[in-house]
Design a protein around this ligand. Structure first.
Ligand code: AHR
Length: 334
């Protein structure tokens, strides 16, 4: 018979699972060789959403790597809502998966659900994005990029872009931020500002900055508003390629030339970003690699086996100027 506590836990789990089905897309099939033979490792993965080309490539990488490893993958798309991710994680806890991995949509608000996973002895691996937590033992490791460094790299590459374009005088920057409260939005802005404060306190200024939620539609809409309120911006720093691509549409609609009248630096390095760069519309891209699946599966296996793992497994990435785009485009994997 269920004790009151277990009953409540189960009830919460059922409610969570029901809610999850209602408000997020869950793909509960086995991608691994779960049938017959030894029991396949069961991985519950909660994805942020499908807001960008980067995210689609990341999802494909995770699914392919889980299949390759022979794991049973329970995958859920949270549609960029934290409550959906919390429901998915609760559902994985109720189902008793071996390991939970997730890419947190925002940094705060995870302690309660992570404590529930810990109480059930289910290890949690963060992938792509980090969380802020009062208890570091609530997750084992993070597999993902150094977003602060990406912001610094964007600042440094903008120096080269400005020099190459021969832009003189005040640099008036519009910043398209990622999802409010998300690690890449906070940390990329921070890294970029560090470069500004250290080396360009007098000649660079962020004149307008707002979230475009990492989407093309967001980038397009917010850039149109920026051009109305600040028609003299001469640089755009977009926290991802998709927002830059959306912004390019608004810049062109305003009768300006992206990459010339407004210099553009963005982050990610997805194929469409490289296409825009090879057309001269983006001046430089700081790469953020989404192909985290194979590394993630390796780590998940180690965690399941109780082997030690590094606290942060960082992704290796490069920077690209416009004149490298055409040559690099055919070799881009995402
Ligand atoms: O967390 C990684 C970021 O999320 C990528 O830069 C962006 O494109 C995505 O949506």
């Amino acid at each position: 018979m269920l004790s009151r506590r277990n009953f409540l836990t189960a009830a919460v789990g059922v409610a969570a699972a029901t809610g999850l089905a209602a408000c997020a897309k869950e793909d509960d099939g086995s991608s691994g060789s779960g049938s017959g033979g030894s029991k396949a490792l069961v991985l519950g993965f909660s994805q942020v959403g499908s807001e960008s080309g980067w995210r689609s490539a990341n999802t494909d990488s995770v699914k392919a790597a889980a299949k390759e490893a022979g794991y049973t993958l329970k995958f859920s798309d949270a549609q960029q809502k934290q409550e959906n991710q919390i429901s998915a994680i609760r559902s994985y806890i109720t189902q008793g998966v071996d390991v939970i991995a997730f890419s947190p949509v925002v940094v705060t608000g995870w302690d309660a659900v992570l404590k529930e996973a810990k109480a059930k002895k289910i290890p949690v691996v963060l992938t792509d994005r980090s969380v802020e937590t009062s208890d570091e033992s609530l997750y084992v490791t993070l597999v993902g990029s150094d977003f602060t460094e990406e912001g610094r790299r964007a600042g440094k590459i903008l120096e080269k872009v400005i020099a190459k374009a021969g832009l003189k005088g005040q640099v008036k920057i519009a910043q398209l931020e990622g999802t409010t409260g998300a690690a890449p939005a906070i940390e990329r802005a921070k890294g970029f500002k560090e470069v500004m404060d250290a080396d360009h306190a007098d000649d660079w200024k962020i004149v307008v900055s707002q979230t475009g939620d990492f989407t093309r539609a967001g980038g397009k809409q917010v850039m149109a508003a920026f051009l109305q309120s600040n028609p003299d911006v001469n640089v755009l720093f977009a926290h991802n390629d998709d927002m830059a691509i959306g912004a390019i549409q608004s810049i062109e609609a305003a009768g300006k030339k992206p990459g010339k009248d407004i210099l553009i630096v963005s982050i990610d390095g997805v194929k469409d970003g490289f296409v825009a760069m090879s057309e001269g519309k983006i001046n430089a891209i700081v790469e953020c690699n989404p192909l985290l699946g194979p590394q993630l599966m390796e780590v998940v296996q180690k965690v399941k086996d109780g082997k030690p793992v590094e606290r942060w497994i960082k992704t290796k990435e490069g920077d690209f100027m416009q004149d490298q785009a055409a040559a690099a485009l055919p070799t881009r994997k995402y």
